[in-house]
Write a protein that binds this ligand. Structure first.
Ligand code: AMP
Length: 283
């Protein structure tokens, strides 16, 4: 496995790989890897000849009041995990390599970025779309792997790839959870034991609503209500919404198309997000 820090070296290595017509799979991450990230790596390894993982805590997707400085970083461990998994290249640039002086061009996503997390994190998806587009241009992958846990991010990236005619297959991998249901996240390490216990309200709420949906419930208000009951133990519910999986607009009643039940909640000072898809056949 090679660790590459500069865009120019990455380009050289990628050019060689492309000459041999190998399929390149790309997994963008902010590091502090866990089994959720590794599921994306596995999906790439299964479908591509060469897997490239980027590890870059992207400053432009954090607002000044957010946790950019405190975001957990563990590069040595991340490298080990990548090597053991069978990753070919870890790309870990410095911020100034990605955003040199005079950098000023951005990708501005549209409506998809204004709801859910976007309503509470203005500019977040602009930062995400910009860095993902830049990384796509640096890595030039055939396929890129994203986690359903960041459902809105998947929607924004998929839209960007279509709108900008990026020749990259965007693959979405289901959320990996701890055995008790909590969605894996690098931010889970912020939780105290007591907060970790209370954070289970999030997945329990989503699973309870899924059960009702499977039993035939199609009323968005009732489905949201069922999840909400469980969420009483979080410290602050930022949003709990049932949205159309494509438009991210509030799901229509009764549900006739697949919808995502999405939540963001604070447990202590940690902001956690999660979602489940309530699948219906396309009409
Ligand atoms: P992050 O390092 O948090 O920016 O995440 C990098 C990628 O891993 C994103 O596509 C995430 O959606 C994905 N990811 C994070 N947590 C999980 C999880 N629990 N299951 C599946 N994918 C995940």
């Amino acid at each position: 496995m090679q660790t590459i820090r500069s865009v120019s070296e990455l380009r050289r290595v990628v050019a060689d790989v492309r000459k041999s017509h190998k399929r390149i799979g790309f997994v963008p991450t902010m590091g502090c890897l866990h089994d959720g990230h590794l599921a994306l790596v596995e999906a790439s390894l299964a479908n591509c000849d060469v897997t490239i993982v980027s590890i870059f805590v992207n400053p432009t997707q954090f607002a000044p009041n957010e946790d950019f400085g405190a975001y957990p970083r563990d590069f040595v461990r991340d490298e080990k995990l990548c090597r053991a998994a069978g990753v070919a290249i870890v790309f870990a640039p410095e911020a100034k390599e990605v955003y040199p002086a005079q950098f000023e061009t951005i990708i501005e996503p549209g409506e998809l970025a204004n709801t859910l997390c976007g309503a509470f994190r203005p500019g977040h998806f602009r930062g995400v779309a910009t860095v993902v587009c830049k990384l796509f241009n640096m890595v030039q992958p055939d396929a890129a792997y994203f986690g359903q846990k960041d459902f809105q991010q998947c929607a924004v990236v998929r839209r960007m790839a279509i709108d900008l005619n990026l020749p990259i297959e965007i693959a979405i991998v289901p959320t990996v959870r701890e055995v008790d249901g909590l969605a894996m996240s690098s931010r889970n390490r912020y939780l105290s034991l007591e907060e970790r216990r209370r954070s289970l309200a999030i997945s329990r709420g989503l699973f309870a609503a899924t059960e009702e949906f499977r039993s035939g419930e199609r009323d968005p208000k009732r489905l949201i209500g069922i999840a909400k009951k469980h969420l009483e133990t979080v410290d602050r519910l930022q949003y709990l919404e049932l949205v159309d999986t494509t438009t991210l607009k509030p799901a229509e009643s009764p549900l006739e198309r697949s919808a995502a039940l999405c939540v963001a909640a604070y447990v202590g000072s940690t902001r956690l997000i999660d979602n489940v898809i309530l699948s219906l056949p396309a009409s």
